[in-house]
Design a protein around this ligand. Structure first.
Ligand code: NAD
Ligand code: GDD
Length: 331
């Protein structure tokens, strides 16, 4: 039987790396990974995939990446947590070139299925003003008032997928990820999101004997966080489904950022004073995923408890931290 040729765009990154790993478990899949970063910086380099370094915002690279491919998973983006997206709006918006080129190339090469990783940042800001937020339903993206920069790019790219499907018959799938965390993701350097940042800060405090950590904002803002295994399961299920409209892929376990910090403190067996930085990037006051549609369509929704996922994430970041700062691995 002919193997299914799959492109994982952005597969040197966090979600793309985990996705390529999952796809490679099926011997019928022949996986090509493309990422702009040097391979030494990829979270996973799989021996059994074809691995290429290239800039997918270049049409020639996107074209050759899609050559001979059945399925495209577009996970490539110049993005990060609030610290990055609030200060790099032009870079975030330039990511539009990646999705545009990949859609055009997919059409040229008769790609069978195309997955786009969108974001909860597409949702209307007015629906996210209260920390005691009503969970976001898919229709809350319109009228459009998304996160400036990054959210506008995602909303535009979602629509490009829709029009390529309607006008050119390309089979597209779009998932709106809510904050994803887990091992093998960014935990320092400015692009990290709150779950990884909390782990790093608590580890740094514990290691140095500091008695406090800095929290951006007042700690009362709320989010839901999805563990990477739920994210990968959701991507595969959505790709295999008949769901054509953008759909939430996120946890609905709502916590304050203070509660997130306390979960990490408990894992680390330490209690720290919280120092609030009210001028740091904060984003919306509250955001949660309404999972009615995914539950109804797939009979499934993300369910891994935050405390469980954070335990695994903390252990991985602790190992990375000790390796990077040359600390004993089992101290
Ligand atoms: P990531 O930064 O770890 O991975 C993205 C990868 O894309 C990186 O490895 C990066 O080098 C690569 N890339 C950037 N520009 C490129 C280019 N021009 N050509 C080729 N590769 C390029 O991020 P992630 O967390 O794995 O996110 C994957 C996707 O999911 C992104 O589209 C992101 O916007 C979306 N998303 C993620 C989250 C989250 O919480 N992680 C939430 C919502 C949406
Ligand atoms: N990054 C970070 N680092 N955030 C912190 C920190 C810290 O040290 N301390 C507190 N926070 C707060 C932020 O101020 C924000 O209010 C909240 O934790 C969550 O921040 P992030 O995890 O950085 O991002 P987000 O949830 O606002 O947005 C993320 O999720 C979207 C999908 O739901 C981003 O990653 C977006 O790119 C993504 O699309």
């Amino acid at each position: 039987m002919k193997k299914r040729k799959i492109l994982v765009a952005g597969g040197g990154g966090f979600i793309g790396g985990h996705l390529a790993k999952r796809l490679l478990e099926d011997p019928q899949n022949d996986v090509r990974v493309v990422d702009i970063k040097p391979m030494s910086e990829w979270y996973f380099v799989h021996d059994s995939s074809e691995n290429r370094v290239g800039d997918l915002s270049d049409m020639g690279i996107a074209d050759s990446a899609c050559d001979g491919v059945d399925d495209v998973y577009n996970l490539a983006a110049d993005m990060g947590g609030m610290g990055f997206i609030e200060n790099n709006k032009a870079l975030c918006m330039l990511t539009v070139l990646i999705n545009t080129n990949l859609l055009v190339a997919s059409r040229i090469h008769h790609v069978k299925r195309y997955f786009f990783a969108s974001s909860a940042c597409v949702y209307n800001a007015d629906k996210q003003r209260d920390p005691n937020v009503t969970a976001l339903k898919e229709e809350d993206a319109y009228p459009a008032m998304p996160e400036d920069g990054y959210g506008w790019e995602k909303l535009f790219s979602e629509r490009m997928c829709r029009h390529f499907r309607e006008d050119f018959g390309l089979c597209t799938r779009v998932a709106r990820f809510h904050n994803v965390y887990g091992p093998h993701g960014t935990w320092e350097g400015g692009r990290e999101k709150a779950p990884a940042a909390m782990c790093r800060k608590v580890i740094a405090a514990k290691t140095s004997g500091e008695l406090s950590i800095e929290i951006w904002g007042d700690g009362k803002q709320t989010r839901s966080f999805m563990y990477i295994d739920d994210c990968i399961n959701g991507i595969c299920r959505i790709m295999d489904s008949e769901i054509v409209d953008p759909i939430n892929l996120g946890s609905d376990e709502l916590v304050t950022i203070n509660q997130l910090a306390e979960i990490v403190e408990k894992i680390a067996g330490i209690q720290l004073e919280k120092k609030y930085n009210l001028s740091a990037p904060k984003g919306v006051n509250g955001r949660n995923s309404d999972n009615t549609r995914i539950q109804r369509s797939l009979g499934w929704a993300p369910s891994i408890p935050l405390a469980e996922g954070m335990g695994k994430t903390y252990d991985w970041i602790l190992k990375e931290y000790r390796t990077k700062y040359l600390l004993p691995l089992h101290a």
